[in-house]
Design a protein around this ligand. Structure first.
Ligand SMILES: [Zn+2]
Length: 457
């Protein structure tokens, strides 16, 4: 090979700019062409069908919901609303009962549309985008996926109306099942055991109670600074069947189905929702064992007592974490000895020998005060939870010993959408969005077709 002098570098070709095709894909153009051509025709066809329903609705005079008497004709002012292919119109008859101050427009009720608003499947698709992406991004997705031009605020409004409907429904359902006269799903196929877990985190909240409004040409006043400590607890509850746990690859487990509930609020509320979901699924009868996996937080065990047949399990990894705290202190950070020591405890606990572990811990004679305190707190933690640490039995019964499924579910419900950088929530905004995410993640999205969107001022 010929040698080159370092001072004479090889001649270098200028870099080639990557080339774009001169035209968009021909097929893409064809698709768009057909869409543009047929959109007005679809809108017309839809309007014709709406007109037929309007004709049918004319025949019925509604009764006053208050007094039960037939209401009287008031007017038939035309209204419009926005759907995927464009704006639709109708002249719904407005009926009134003056003494009761009641008003009805039966056609609008029948169609499930709201004058002047985005309605129908377009509204539901926008709600879907808002459930998975921040509002700005959802608006951009709406443009790319649906060919709809809408502002982030527009997406936000739709999400609020749909989310409120979903949130009210799930709240009402949990209130319904809290009443002993409620009727749950058939428990004929109630499983022998259900695993129940709860996880939580905090959301950053907005401090302002009212949205800022622009008055005249004045610019909006700046947002107040978020103070530390302005947070709200959000909890996720998970239900799954131990029999549906599968080992997808050695050591990797996943579940076929799981059902989620969520709420912004206290411990009682999340347990009320879990109970309602159990009833909806027909998953709890007189013999069902409710397996509750917890991290040791007292509030979970306190509420768990509502289930007569229950099996309380202290999350295995939390149990080990406590051993680690002592081991690090005793043997030093990153020491192989600490590693071996915890490993041995893990094996013993897995084998169901929690009493032996406690006895062995009690025989230790640590030298420093700090070590003695740490050891004592470990011994107390294991002693208090010993009845929840029969891991050999839980494994034999197939209940599992960790709360990993619960933690990952919580991250999916909350973190993936509501805990992105800089996000702040209003109480109502968070509640509505969580309700939409739950429908999506529980495979219940179709339920939205049967919920009337809530009109919000
Ligand atoms: Zn009346």
């Amino acid at each position: 090979m010929a040698q080159r002098h370092l001072s004479q570098p090889e001649p270098v070709e200028p870099p080639l700019r990557p080339r774009l095709a001169d035209q968009p894909s021909r097929f893409v153009l064809l698709e768009r062409e057909v869409e543009l051509e047929y959109k007005p025709q679809m809108l017309e066809a839809l309007q014709r069908k709406v007109n037929i329903v309007a004709e049918e609705a004319r025949a019925t005079v509604p009764e006053c919901p208050r007094c039960g008497l037939p209401m009287s004709y008031h007017d038939a002012r035309p209204v419009t609303w926005l759907a995927h292919w464009g704006r639709l119109q109708a002249s719904p008859v407005r009926y009134r009962c003056s003494p009761c101050k009641q008003e009805r427009r039966p056609l609008l009720d029948l169609l499930g549309v709201e004058p002047g608003r985005i309605c129908g499947s377009l509204a539901r698709r926008l709600g879907l985008l808002a459930a998975v992406a921040p509002y700005e991004l959802a608006a951009r997705l709406a443009h790319l996926l649906l060919g709809v031009t809408i502002s982030a605020m527009g997406v936000w409004r739709v999400a609020q109306r749909l989310g409120q409907a979903a949130a009210s429904y799930s709240e009402a359902l949990s209130q319904y099942h809290a009443d002993s006269r409620s009727v749950g799903a058939s428990v004929e196929k109630a499983p022998p055991a259900v695993v129940l877990g709860v996880d939580g985190c905090t959301l950053g909240m907005q401090i302002r109670t009212h949205r800022r409004r622009r008055t005249g040409t004045e610019p909006l006043p700046p947002l107040p600074v978020i103070e530390q400590g302005h947070f709200r607890e959000v909890k996720t509850g998970v239900l799954l069947l131990p029999s549906e746990r599968v080992e997808t690859s050695p050591g990797r487990r996943s579940v076929v189905r799981r059902f989620l509930v969520t709420c912004l609020g206290d411990a009682d509320q999340i347990f009320r929702r879990l109970y309602a979901q159990l009833r909806e699924l027909g998953w709890v009868d007189a013999h069902t064992v409710i397996v509750i996996v917890g991290d040791g937080a007292e509030w979970i065990w306190n509420r768990a007592a509502m289930f007569v047949h229950r099996c309380e399990i202290l999350d295995f990894w939390h149990a080990l974490e406590h051993a680690w705290t002592f081991a690090r202190l005793r043997y030093g950070e990153d020491s192989a000895q600490a590693d071996r020591w915890v490993h041995q405890i893990a094996e013993d606990l897995r084998a169901g020998q929690v009493q032996d572990v406690i006895a062995a811990l009690k025989r230790l004679r640590p030298k420093s005060e700090e070590l003695r305190d740490s050891l004592q707190s470990l011994i107390s933690y294991y002693s208090e939870n010993a009845a929840r640490m029969r891991y050999d039995e839980y494994l034999r019964l197939g209940y599992g010993i960790g709360s990993g499924a619960v933690e990952s579910a919580h991250k999916q419900v909350v973190h993936a959408r509501l805990r992105q950088a800089g996000m702040r929530w209003s109480e109502a905004g968070a509640r509505r969005l969580l309700a939409l995410r739950l429908l999506l993640l529980n495979g219940d999205w179709a339920l939205l077709d049967r919920l009337r969107m809530v009109s919000l001022a």
